[in-house]
Write a protein that binds this ligand. Structure first.
Ligand code: RB5
Length: 156
């Protein structure tokens, strides 16, 4: 099933965000791409505002996944995780990206433009598109335990 994806980030992640958005738009595994900003490298909107806007769309079921880019990938993950039902991770290596979905059922992947080169980021997000959480796996009860803390268990 093709994915509905949200992309977003602050000015420190703008270049990677635009390039990865273009990659998604050209990929058959992606049904739609919604960009929640920022709209330019000069836009000073704070990263939490963008991250929460994306996370709220995930929580509302408007999209399947979000890719958030800031300078480090840290702040956007912290902010997105404040939204009930959202599991956001920062990952810059293959194994972590894989496990973020397979073990943690994370809907939101965060990266730092100041941390990872564009070509490496592209390879990771291509892998990310194929990953699917197995609700019958032994990880499911652990994810449920996370959801129990934020009242989102019924949404998981
Ligand atoms: C720049 O504001 C930088 O702090 C931000 O992009 C991000 O790295 C925060 O976690």
């Amino acid at each position: 099933m093709a994915l509905k994806i949200i992309v977003g980030g602050d000015n420190a992640g703008y270049g990677h965000k635009e390039e990865l958005k273009a990659l998604f738009e050209a990929d058959d595994r992606v049904e739609s791409v919604v960009d929640v900003g920022v709209g330019s490298a000069d836009d000073g909107t704070y990263y939490p505002n963008v991250a929460v806007a994306a996370a709220e769309k995930i929580a509302a079921g408007e999209a399947d996944r979000a890719l958030l880019i800031c300078g480090t990938g840290l702040g956007v993950a912290i902010a997105a995780n404040k939204v009930s039902g959202v599991r956001a991770v920062t990952a810059h290596d293959l194994y972590s990206v894989q496990r973020s979905v397979l073990s943690n059922n994370a809907q939101v992947l965060c990266m730092g433009q100041r941390v990872i080169g564009l070509e490496s980021a592209k390879e990771l997000v291509k892998v990310w598109l194929d990953l699917e959480f197995d609700p019958e796996s032994s990880s499911a009860a652990k994810v449920d335990a996370i959801c129990a803390y934020d009242g989102s268990l019924d949404q998981a």
